[in-house]
Design a protein around this ligand. Structure first.
Ligand code: NAP
Length: 299
């Protein structure tokens, strides 16, 4: 394959004019984010005079950064690690999704005030359906209990039959299970430690496994939350939130067992598409956004 050149990535770059509407992503660090090319490709495709920029923001400087975006006339922004909880606390109003998850990954700056939204749960739901892994009636095993797990459990709580959260620090899994059980949920929600014994006990009845830990993500590419000597259950579809690299060790284990698999690119694209739609009030060109992510991740 010919390596991409700066020219061949031109379709991912913003066009900036005096009239350009601005959005961006606040993170620390933020230089590896694929959100700028994903959104800029979408703006270009639709001929919109918008641009999306990376915004490196130190955690202690989030209040100034959010006030600065408002002063500079930005339409909105995304927040990524470690800012989602802080953004939640800084806005004037929260959507029901942000309130349920307890974190905000999207900011909409409107004349009447700052709106905090969370698109991760909806993005995960859309990605599961696209991967042909509908959650309805499933017994889901969620590995990890951090920020992404909150969105995943929130999405599963109203559709799956049961959700079991397993985490390295089991107390955090219990806190998350308690918080999500208090919300309107149809699934029974349990918690436990992420260890071989507990995994092997739940593996027999799981039919959906979701990895929300960074194990498998660059640079931990050889690691997996599933022990090598524990057979992966063939009947359990495997959704890994990691998308860099796209083929993780966990997905290789699940695929070798004959299970259906999906990487986290779908969730990334769909959470971005929902933010795009909130800001622009236009349907997002999902396939263009996916192609932009693939172009960047393959370089
Ligand atoms: P986070 O809040 O820091 O949570 C990380 C979770 O992983 C915690 O439960 C942590 O357990 C666990 N963990 C970390 N290192 C571990 C290890 N060595 N062994 C076992 N467990 C470990 O991070 P996050 O925001 O939830 O993100 C997690 C992953 O999801 C990242 O890879 C991120 O890129 C991905 N993600 C993808 C999307 C997408 O759109 N596809 C969206 C959001 C996040 P402890 O509680 O014990 O520390």
């Amino acid at each position: 394959m010919t390596p991409p050149t700066l020219d061949s990535l031109d379709w991912l770059r913003p066009n900036l004019l005096g009239s350009t509407k601005m959005v961006g992503v606040m993170g620390w660090p933020v230089e590896h984010s694929v959100s700028p090319p994903m959104h800029n490709a979408a703006f270009r495709h639709l001929g919109l005079d918008w641009a999306y920029v990376p915004l490196p923001v130190r955690p202690a400087e989030m209040p100034e950064a959010v006030a600065g975006l408002r002063a500079l006339g930005f339409v909105g922004a995304n927040a990524t690690v470690p800012h989602k909880r802080m953004l939640y606390d800084l806005v004037d109003e929260l959507t029901p999704a942000a309130r349920a998850i307890g974190a905000a990954n999207t900011l909409h700056i409107r004349p009447k005030g700052l709106l905090g939204h969370n698109t991760d749960a909806a993005g995960f739901q859309r990605a599961l359906r696209e991967a042909d892994m509908p959650p309805e009636g499933r017994h889901a095993l969620v590995l990890g209990a951090g920020g992404a797990a909150r969105a995943v459990v929130c999405a599963l709580a109203t559709s799956a039959a049961s959700v079991t959260i397993l985490n390295r620090t089991p107390e955090k899994a219990e806190i998350l299970a308690d918080a999500m059980s208090a919300a309107p949920a149809s699934a029974s929600i349990e918690a436990g430690p992420l260890d071989r014994k507990t995994l092997s006990r739940y593996a027999t009845r799981a039919d959906l496994v979701v990895n929300t830990t960074p194990l498998g993500m660059w640079p931990q590419v050889e690691r997996s939350p599933w022990p090598q000597d524990l057979p992966y259950p063939r009947e359990a579809s495997c959704y890994d939130l990691v998308y860099n690299p796209r083929q993780t060790q966990l997905l290789r284990q699940a695929q070798a067992a004959g299970a259906a698999i999906s990487d986290g690119l779908g969730m990334l694209v769909h959470q971005g598409a929902e933010a795009f739609e909130l800001w622009t009030q236009q349907p997002a060109p999902v396939e263009v956004m996916r192609a932009a992510c693939e172009a960047v991740l393959d370089t």
